[in-house]
Design a protein around this ligand. Sequence first.
Ligand code: HGY
Ligand code: MN
Ligand code: MN
Length: 421
Amino acid sequence: LNRHHGGVKIQPDRLLADIEALAAIGDTGDGGNCRLALTDEDAGGRELVVGWMRDLGLDVRVDRIGNVVATRAGAESTGAGNDAAPVMTGSHIDTVGTGGRYDGTLGVLAGLEVVRALDDAGIRTRRPVAVAFFTDEEGSRFAPDMLGSLVYAGGMPLEDALDIVAIDGAVLGTELERIGWTGDAAVPGPAPHAYVELHIEQGPVLEEAGVTIGAVTGVQGISWQELTLTGQANHAGTTPMRLRRDPAYVAAQTIGFVRRLATDLGGHQVGTVGRLDLHPDLVNVVAARATLTVDLRNTDEAVLAEAERRLRGHVAALASAEGCEGAWRRLARFQPVAFDPAVIDLVESTAERLGHSVMRLPSGAGHDAQMLARVCPTGMVFVPSRAGVSHNPAEFTEPEHLAAGTEVLAEVLTELAGVVE
Ligand code: HGY
Ligand code: MN
Ligand code: MN
């Protein structure tokens, strides 16, 4: 039993069973999941998880962008019918196309396990405890990422979000309606008292350090851009090399530059070309058009801005040398976020008290927590990812690490919510 609150004891088997059950939805047959935001698979995941929320007697609210907040009542009410601001946890249940079964889902399902543990212990918390999942955290289909939590935190007007067009041409608001998850709760949503999210690290740091718990200090800056290069379609056989205006060639040089840019800048700088499309994409046609995405990230905003400047400058030179046009479209831009020092301290001290090794580290991945940090004291708990692999069906975290992270989350949430003896 945990000494601190006399009884919040999580049952890891329940959590593992929930992870297994959710992983059956959008199962890609290789141990992974594909539940791209607002697809039928995402809808299936939503149905399953909200069913569990209702089974736990939680008050479930769905907002205008499809965010779901399920609240366990607290003892304290401020009268006038509304409760004190809740202590919130949660994450996302949408996945990338080659997702694993822990990214996002762990934070939501661990939140439900904390609710069960509070119920099992008959604990009444002073503040309500809320478990949320946010719409379109991944941003793979509808950019930017963390879209639902961004709207929840007031970072993007609802109308703008509903008009976002997916990489497959779907319109966000239309898809939300189609799957029947347009709720009536207002956005921006009410600011929680505090927000703490449990998530797999998705990188190699904790495993290489042999540490179980990450007390996350913040989230690095994110820059997503789409580059459209326009040249001249031509005959692959008859067009002399000196007459070509080949956007595929410019795209290839750009990809090489992104790699050199990241290694030259060093530190936390990373750069990724994840999408690449040629038109007409035929063996005997010099491409008319090349479209690619560039994902740049860094914990240091000044360096990230410098990376963006160098990229645009270099691509302009490459394109003009090849007689091509280059056009940029911004898909996402978030500055680095620092989490609340008191929450980071609480995560660290709680992990230590529970006998887990713990270290501080920044998050390389974006998370809903970076948006909640705009409206309330926020922090995150990380657990290790095997070989640092994620956004890949091979994504894996040891059951004892899942349990340790959930135990830390339970203690932190209970501490923040306060226990009514
Ligand atoms: O892109 C990210 O960092 C997150 O997976 N949405
Ligand atoms: Mn995630
Ligand atoms: Mn992810």
